[in-house]
Design a protein around this ligand. Structure first.
Ligand SMILES: [Fe+2]
Ligand SMILES: [Fe+2]
Length: 214
């Protein structure tokens, strides 16, 4: 068999500048490196998104009417500030500078939320629109953090994965809270409001049932 001490390959050994092509053997570690890069890139993306949300959520809360929704948005604002911090901790754990990169998707979702708020009358209909926009945001975050957690585990960053999983759970909670608020009152009231406009009268006559006594 060939001795391992023979000349390597026929590539010339120039001084410095020549970069030899990476051989196929390296594919695997390149792929791992690629996933790490992708992870870092997506972390920068969600970091930007979280920071943008700390500005968008107060506007949404200010535009909302239903107290339960206002509370939920304000509460999620505080939680979101924690998400920003967790992103920073994740960068720190990976010994990388915390860097934000504009997330076009979140930018678009926030823009949509603003459009909804502008195109609806303040009240339950706008509230329903705010919930719809906020849930799209949460779903984007859930998808992002789900992926980030999976990537972090794959590249062996378990501490980072645990950290981001906490955020993932909080996004899920926020999504559920918004669903509950929408289903418990706002959607039905928003629908009633539409019916009010269409039928003008007769809606309040339903209230007689509430006076029922044993
Ligand atoms: Fe978040
Ligand atoms: Fe969120």
């Amino acid at each position: 068999m060939k001795s391992s001490k023979t000349k390597s390959h026929n590539g010339a050994h120039h001084n410095g500048m020549s970069k030899t092509k990476k051989s196929a053997v390296k594919t695997k570690s390149n792929a791992a490196e690629g996933l790490r890069d992708l992870f870092e890139d997506e972390l920068k993306d969600i970091y930007w998104a979280e920071k943008a949300l700390t500005k968008a959520l107060p506007k949404m809360a200010k535009n909302a009417t239903t107290q339960e929704l206002i509370n939920a948005l304000e509460e999620h604002l505080e939680v979101t500030k924690g998400h920003v911090e967790r992103c920073e901790q994740a960068f720190e754990l990976m010994e990388k500078p915390a860097q934000a990169k504009k997330c076009e998707a979140m930018s678009g979702l926030i823009k949509e939320a603003e459009e909804i708020m502008q195109s609806t009358e303040q009240g339950v209909v706008r509230d329903a629109g705010i919930i719809s926009a906020a849930q799209k945001v949460e779903h984007y975050e859930i998808a992002s953090y789900g992926t980030l957690c999976a990537f972090a585990k794959t590249i062996g960053e378990n501490e980072v994965a645990d950290l981001l999983e906490q955020t993932l759970n909080e996004e899920r909670e926020a999504d559920e809270t918004l669903s509950r608020i929408a289903e418990s009152s706002i959607n039905a009231e928003a629908n009633d409001e539409d019916e009010d406009e269409n039928e003008l009268e007769d809606v309040n006559s339903n209230k007689t049932a509430t006076a029922k006594k044993k």
